[in-house]
Write a protein that binds this ligand. Sequence first.
Ligand SMILES: [Zn+2]
Length: 502
Amino acid sequence: MSLEEKLTELKKWEFKKSAYELLMSTAYFDDETIAPKGGQDYRYERLALMSGEIYKISSDPKIKALLYELKDEQIDEVTRRKVKLLLKSFEDLERIPQEVYEEFTKLSLESQSAWAKAKSANDYGIFKPYLLKIIACQKKMALYRRPDSDPYETMLDDYEEGMDKKSYDAFFALIKKELSPLIKAITKKAAIKDDFIHAYYPKDKQALLMNDINKLLGFDGSWGYMGVSLHPFTSGFSNNDVRVTTSYDEYNISSAIYSIIHEVGHAFYEHQIDESFEGTILKNVSSGMHESQSRFLENYIGRKKSFIKNYYPKLVSLFKENLKDVSLNEFYKAINIVRPSLIRTDADELTYPIHILIRYEIEKGIFDESIDIENLDKVWNQYYKEYLGIDVTSDDVGILQDIHWSSGSFGYFPTYALGSALAAQILHYMEKEKDVETLLEKGDLKAITDYLKDKIHRYGALYDLDTLLEKSFGERFNPRYYIDYLKDKYMDLYDLKNDELM
Ligand SMILES: [Zn+2]
């Protein structure tokens, strides 16, 4: 086969695989949003068959042989990266014995359902035996894949290529050292008033505001769609078909506003990846990079006073009874309030990385066997007391709050904090080139999303994190910007002086 023929073969295979994946994501979005629950069993049985088909396509030995041949050919940068990423996924699948993989798939389903039961019964005991089994199974699979590597390192690399314990240790040590005193100092200050955020905000009126916010952000119907689901998420079917969901809390107006801005941040990434990467593995952006874009819009843009100014008059006109006496400045302070709490997904911007630090330390301890896995719930509670000064009152708001571990997703959490830190670094460089405040005052979000396209989005998964940062900004990942950003913002917001940080 000539090189040209090989490339045509690869394209045909990518097209076929992406066709199956398109149908799966459509069905999944439908299931999470509008499909009646009664039809779930029927759907899931058919979807299981479909994932079997995708598995067969993904592990096609003819394509694997083709990739090995392409590896030794003179190919362009884009094809080389594709071949590298595809070979990695083929080899990962192959190194795990079929029966171990099947055991994991079955265990993971059982474990997720045990987690859901345990959470609603508020009883860690129901989930514990499954969690221990899933830890053992993940460890085994990581060792099949990289026999000479520490299993947790393998898992960290899965979610963010190139990130390892050494880099995360340095990152989280900085968070602990610099942010803990700041959080302590803030808890001693007078509380910011935010009771109006928790007044009654009916859903249908909230939805009217969301349309305005989407318009402001440039998330429009020609390429985007917004639905409603229990937990907000984004699904990128293709560049010009990106779906997001939101969920409404009628007693917390900030919840839907900031979850939609977050998801639209993810959506722009999917929308703005180079069109020639459509339907290929180069659309599979790593978790940390993806999260940097959602958090960039949500926190670094969306929570600025200059941004809020754009939607606040409409919000007040919709909810006069709650907000007629609340100034823009009071509202701005209230949606940036710092309050150590038990639930990660409800955490403010400043205490959020502490929730992740706790999970990182526990995961590390599980896999280097330095913590007692028989008592993970107690370890969890101790960490919350030590790092955030709060008592965990029950398992459902403690170790059972997140779904991640039930499906064996260890190494995922750290990418959330990494995403926030990356966003701070990106803002630093954006501000060197653009007057962000003036753009926001004018409501010119396009200048901002265009910049993100140019520096980040269009590259998709073409580079790993450090290579991309170096290419776009001339500097590798540097968590210092994140720490400086948080310190500047919150010392100002809480009117703190340096000597109060002792
Ligand atoms: Zn996200």
